[in-house]
Structure formats: C-alpha cells, structure tokens
Design a protein around this ligand. Structure first.
Ligand code: ZN
Length: 323
C-alpha cells in the first residue's frame, strides 16, 4: 500500500491474491480516522450487545429455574396438602363412624322404650281391639374402637358408617309413624284412668247403706238400693270420683239436689241429696274436683251422700270401682 499527498487525500491500494487486480481507494484524512473508529465502535457495540444478550439468556434461564423450583415446591405442597386432607378425611370418617354407632345405640334404646311404653299401655289401658305393631329386631353389629390403617379399611368403615346412618334413618321413620299413635293411646289410657270413678267422693268413709237389696229406710219393705250411702256432715265437700263432663246438675223430688257426671266407656256417677251444687251442666270436671256440698235434700233421713255408678244404663256396685 502506498500513500499519495494530493489535496489532503489518502490513496489506499488494496492488494489481493494473484488472480485479482489491485484496487485503489482514495480516502480523505478525516475518513481515515473515522473508519477505524467506527470499526472500533461497532466491535464495542457487538461486545456490549453480546453481553446484554448473554445477561438476558442467563436471567431467562434463572427465571426458568425459579419457575421450575417453584413448581416443584408447589407440587410438594400439593402432595403434602393432599396427604393432610386424606388424613383429616380419615379422622372424620372414624369420628363419624363412632357417632353413627353411638346414635344408633341411642335410637335403639329410645325405640325399646317406646315398645315398653306400648306394652305398658296395652297392659294397663284395658283397651280392646287395639292392634300392636311389631318392631324389627335386627341383629346389629356393634364393635369396639376401630383404628383404620389401610385405605380399604377406611373405605369399609365409610361404607359401614353409611349403612349405620341408613339404619338410623329407618329407625327414625319407623318411630315417626309409631310415636304419634303411641301418644294417642297414652292419652286415651290417661283419660280412661282419670275417667274411672275410682276416687272416694267424700271425706267421711262411714258407709251407712250398701249396694243391692235392703230394707227400705222409710217403708221397711225390701227394696233395691242402686248405690251406696255415705254419712257425713252438712257442707262437707263432694268430690268427682273421676274426670268427665257434668250432664245433670239440678233438683228433683226424691233425689234432691243431684249431679250426674259422664265418664269414658259409658260410665256415669250420680251424687244425690246434696246441700249445694258447685258445678253446672256441660262443665268438664277433673278427678277429685269439688262439685258440691254434702246435704240431706230429697228423700233422706239424715245428712249423707247417695253415690251410684251406672254403666250403659245399668247400676253397678260402686265399691268395685272405688279405691
Ligand atoms: Zn241411697
């Protein structure tokens, strides 16, 4: 390469191999400086851009790495969560199973009590034509504490618990049908018991005339006595022998002031020769309630209560009803 000094210009001769001609390039001085500078700058730029690129790549890789490890961590957390959830579920199944077992036992006890109540009603209620129902007496598998170890065992336990709950459901629906009937029967039994004229109707227990044939106190001739006479003081309280409804509360010649109370099962109680009435017709009375005062009204020789029991229009011996 040779340089020529002509008008501040530089000539560059580019020599290549033998097959090519010599190339002559004329350059101004400033350009002579600019070209290497530009080359230098471009190399520097290349280095910088390479650095930036590699930094980006590294950062990208780092990011990917972080994501990957996060995912791994997440996976780990998910697995841990799942294990914990399974553990919780297992515990819940065990607890539920225990509760189901316990509830079932309680339900069976209640059911047994209901059966006993039914039997009590049938025994004491003297109900005729009442049909009893039978309760299924299934053999139940009642086990001790159960500690589950394997998945299959947990599944079995869950299945058994489900069965237990279904059985409980059946017991409840059976009871839902039976209990209202039992309650009605119990109410009827209670009404009948309270409606039975079993309470002694006076304070005094001094019986002056019994039920049946006797000599008439007025005529001395043999006569039928439809009730019992209990002597007492005028003004003594007269009690309803049983719960019922007052059908008569009035005065008549021979009976004097008298009351008739209607009880269940076609039973009536009659109270005669009263001094005063405390109830009126149509009134409902409880067993033992004061209904009037002892007196000597009507065909009477002295203060006493004539008490009689009538069933379906037939007089019966009151003593067989009174306690
Ligand atoms: Zn009498």
């Amino acid at each position: 390469m040779r340089t020529a000094h002509r008008k501040q210009r530089l000539t560059l001769l580019v020599l290549r191999d033998a097959q090519h001609s010599v190339k002559q390039i004329q350059l101004s001085k400033p350009l002579m400086i600019a070209v290497p500078a530009a080359a230098l700058l471009s190399i520097a730029g290349l280095i910088v851009s390479l650095q930036i690129q590699s930094a980006q790549t590294i950062s990208g890789l780092e990011q990917q790495l972080t994501l990957k490890s996060l995912e791994a961590l997440k996976m780990e957390i998910t697995v841990t969560d799942k294990n914990e959830a399974i553990e919780r579920l297992n515990r819940a199944i065990i607890q539920l199973s225990g509760e189901a077992e316990q509830t079932k036992i309680q339900m069976e006890r209640v059911q047994q009590l209901e059966v006993e109540l039914q039997q009590f009603i049938e025994k004491h209620g003297q109900l005729s034509g009442q049909t009893s129902y039978s309760t299924e007496d299934d053999a139940h598998h009642v086990g001790g504490e159960f500690i589950a170890v394997h998945e299959n065992e947990m599944l079995n336990l869950a299945r058994e618990t489900k069965d237990d709950f279904e059985e409980i459901q059946q017991i409840i629906s059976r009871m839902e049908q039976h209990i209202p009937r039992t309650l009605v029967q119990a109410q009827e039994t209670q009404d009948q018991r309270e409606g039975m004229p079993s309470r002694w109707p006076t304070e005094s227990k001094r019986l002056t005339s019994s039920f049946g044939y006797r000599s008439d106190p007025f005529t001395g001739r043999s006569a039928y006595h439809a009730g019992i006479d209990i002597a007492g003081k005028i003004g003594d309280p007269i009690y309803a022998a049983g719960a019922g409804v007052v059908t008569t509360a009035q005065r008549s010649g021979a009976r004097g002031l008298y009351i008739i109370i209607k009880h269940p099962n076609g039973l009536e109680t009659w109270y005669m020769h009263l001094n005063r009435l405390s109830v009126s017709e149509g009134e409902r009375v409880e067993q033992g309630q004061t209904i009037g005062e002892l007196g000597s009204s009507g065909r009477s020789t002295g203060p006493h209560l004539h008490f009689q029991v009538v069933k379906n229009d037939q007089t019966l011996d009151p003593i067989s009803y009174l306690q």
